[in-house]
Design a protein around this ligand. Structure first.
Ligand SMILES: C[S@@+](CC[C@H](N)C(=O)[O-])C[C@H]1O[C@@H](n2cnc3c(N)ncnc32)[C@H](O)[C@@H]1O
Length: 163
């Protein structure tokens, strides 16, 4: 089965939230894609680990402070479980509909916060890659809107609306 997990994050999706990411922390962009996402974060001045490492392999988890990433959506259940075990801060781009899942409910009352982008920023401009190829016949208006799901980031507000 073809996995439609390769949505590549445009730079402005990280620029949107730059002010919420501490500059002095080591970021792990844990899901590789084509490598661009980590480069965008580096260009913005962050210290970034962005390598082709299996996120679920405990033996290769790097030393880091915050995960900032756009993960494969089809693995979000396993990813959210693993992140709870790791118990470190994260900012993840995921579809807004995920908030209704049972595995997100596991984060109830644990300080989960969300940043809500303007519709025109996220959910419409991801570049989609299938089996290493950029899709040319794929409409850019994807059928999901996204939030930045934040945990242990100590944001001022539980819901932050980006202007
Ligand atoms: C939605 S894409 C986003 C890629 C990149 N983070 C970005 O923002 O452009 C998710 C990527 O996760 C990667 N991935 C899938 N399973 C993974 C795993 N177990 N460990 C690490 N990366 C994985 C794939 O390379 C896939 O392209």
């Amino acid at each position: 089965m073809v996995k439609h997990d390769d949505y590549i994050t445009p730079k402005y999706a990280w620029e949107n939230i730059k002010s919420y990411i501490p500059q002095d922390k080591v970021i792990w962009e844990a899901f590789y894609g084509n490598g661009n996402s980590g480069n965008h974060l580096k260009d913005m001045g962050f210290k970034v680990i962005h390598e082709e490492i299996d996120f679920f392999n405990k033996d290769t988890t790097p030393e880091y402070d915050i995960i900032v990433s756009n993960p494969p959506f089809s693995k979000s259940k396993q990813i959210m479980k693993r992140l709870k075990e790791i118990n470190k801060p994260f900012i993840l781009i995921l579809p807004s509909s995920k908030i209704n899942t049972s595995y997100f409910r596991e984060y109830k009352n644990s300080g989960l916060q969300i940043i809500i982008p303007r519709k025109r920023f996220i959910g419409i401009h991801f570049e989609k890659i299938v089996d290493g190829e950029k899709l040319t016949n794929w409409k850019n208006n994807s059928n999901f809107d996204c939030f930045y799901y934040c945990w242990k980031m100590n944001l001022e507000n539980d819901i932050t609306w980006i202007d």
